[in-house]
Write a protein of this length. Sequence first.
Length: 284
Amino acid sequence: MRVQSLTLVAASAALLAPTTFPDAPPPPRPDPPTHILLPGAPDRTGSLRADRSGVRVGPVPHRAAGRSPQSSRVGPDSRAGTRPQRDRSGEPVGAADLLAKVRDCAPVSRGRYRSDAGAPADIPVCGTPDAVYWKADLDVDCDGRPGDRCNARTDPHFTPATAYTESDGRPLDAERLPYVVVPGPSDTWDHREDDVRGGSLAALVHGDRVRYAVVGDVGPSGLIGEASYAAARSLGIPADPEGGGVASDVTYIVFKGSEVEPIEDTAAAQKAGERLARRFVDGD
């Protein structure tokens, strides 16, 4: 990952004006049974990592969500003479469809984040009743269980721990599990208030690619824009922990109240992510 220093961002007391994103681009142990929690499921606690390359402290106390997730799926119009909507439930959700849905920003954060230490604080966290989202860079998080590509030799800031763990208690595997990193709770934004937790489902959009991941780690309270080695590779982004990543144009959409359990079940995350993304795009 790129070398970072922890920079605190002062929380703004004033409400942020609506923001518009740029136009979208053109078109060992046996695994336990997978359990997917959709909006309305109970929360779990997790550990808070001190910074992108430091040790974790925690656990983070549970805080009740500030808003109850609401279903946004609307069925066909039943009014006489109205043509029913085409059922697209089995179709993959495209990048352009997701980006169009998050083009406008109603901020849920009380301030803005930096993409890197020294960068301008100009990234808000935005929200709808069903999701929170932001557009930022992607720094490569290689922390967690050591492997061939993520270890203390390849990454001088490597930490063999993640804020959330697999079902057997081991750290997540950044080489194999696509996961995203959320900022640590602060006066700027506390992800727990929007029903975001370890294992929450996320859609990542870069260029014309859409990939699904889980929330797997917690980063600095003043920085945003980080995902695992596996997530970077899935998006076609250079995944080297020191020189990889991309400087902009990655959109992170996290679905409120959702959870994949066990967190390491990538097949379940893919299936549930596609379903939630379709509901998010088709809903009003």
